[in-house]
Design a protein around this ligand. Structure first.
Ligand SMILES: NC(=O)c1ccc[n+]([C@@H]2O[C@H](COP(=O)([O-])OP(=O)(O)OC[C@H]3O[C@@H](n4cnc5c(N)ncnc54)[C@H](OP(=O)(O)O)[C@@H]3O)[C@@H](O)[C@H]2O)c1
Length: 293
């Protein structure tokens, strides 16, 4: 895949009623720029994100965007996730609520937010395949899974996409997942490239300074460098950006034009020596019987 605009997708996790106006401008900017993939979750802001999306997409022809939808994460009354709904009988209800909020009759890409350690993968896949056959979803995706579970699921029915966390400070997928996905013909979508906005918090100042210096030498900001690193290092992945602001989106689209050589990639990664690049901030929780443990 060349560094064309299809290599970017827009994530909507932070879009809600409080920033609706700016979010809608950003969604429209993305579509106008040629970004088609819009990633969301039924549980993002407890359903508010889908309503913002509905407003943003109401006048856009359905074939001009691709909706990628996660279901199943369970927020408590403060919005903090405490588990996932792992009951396969409820998948249709989750999808029905989402379709109603989005004002759509199908989504393009559909995925469980997380897979329970005790899930029956065969039953889960059979239900997803039925939804596909019935036309409610077009493609099956899995999020934050292990290579082992991916292989099991893909043996039951081809998995079209996987969605995984990836950034300069979280390179876990480089170990095995990228290779497995390639062998199985599965498109990898990554998120969290700007460390979900927490780079300054998670990386010591001396290292940040080195990265910023590198970014400055290319006339770009640190978030743009984070994207340019991923896009140049991996020619086949789709990168989701989680930005809500139009100006940030503009900057990130520009990351597609940044050429980094293999030596540049090595130099960037050397800046991070000593850092835990398998930072599993989001992966440390397992889900057993619907609860994070
Ligand atoms: N599969 C999963 O489990 C999973 C988990 C988490 C997220 N996701 C999806 O992936 C998407 C992206 O994830 P993420 O939000 O963690 O991504 P991210 O791109 O790492 O972080 C987004 C944050 O970075 C900031 N940012 C982005 N571009 C910037 C720029 N050029 N300059 C300064 N700040 C910039 C954004 O600010 P502004 O908002 O101010 O623009 C926002 O606070 C989400 O929206 C969601 O759709 C999936």
């Amino acid at each position: 895949m060349s560094k064309s605009i299809e290599r970017l997708g827009l994530g909507t996790m932070r879009m809600n009623f409080d920033n609706q106006e700016e979010s809608i401008k950003t969604i429209h900017k993305a579509l106008k720029s040629g970004i088609k993939m819009i990633n969301t979750g039924e549980f993002y802001n407890a359903g508010a994100t889908e309503l913002v999306l509905r407003e943003a997409l109401k006048d856009i022809p359905r074939d001009e965007y691709v909706i990628s939808l996660k279901y199943g994460a369970l927020p408590d009354l403060n919005g903090k996730y405490y588990g996932v709904d792992s009951d396969i009988r409820n998948i249709r209800a989750h999808l029905k609520y989402s379709l109603t909020r989005l004002g759509l009759d199908y989504v393009d890409i559909f995925e469980p937010a997380r897979i329970d350690e005790n899930a029956n993968i065969e039953d889960l896949m059979n239900e997803l395949v039925k939804l596909k056959e019935e036309g409610y979803i077009k493609y099956i995706s899995l999020s934050e899974i292990s290579p082992e579970v991916l292989k099991i699921a893909n043996n039951i029915h081809h998995i079209d996409y996987i969605e995984m966390r990836y950034s300069l400070i979280n390179r876990g997928i480089e170990d095995e997942m990228l290779k497995v996905a390639k062998e199985l013909g599965i498109q990898v979508i990554v998120y969290g490239l700007n460390a979900s906005g927490k780079l300054e918090e998670l990386v010591p100042k001396n290292i940040l300074d080195k990265l910023k210096e590198f970014a400055k030498s290319r006339n770009i900001t640190l978030p743009v460098l984070c994207y340019a690193w991923a896009l140049n290092k991996n020619k086949d992945i789709i990168c989701l950006t989680g930005c809500t602001k139009e100006t940030h989106l503009d900057e990130l689209i520009n990351a597609l034009n940044i050429e980094l050589s293999e030596e540049d990639i090595i130099n960037i990664e050397e800046c991070l020596e000593g850092i835990d690049i398998y930072n599993k901030q989001m992966l440390k929780n397992k889900i057993i019987d619907g609860k994070y443990v």
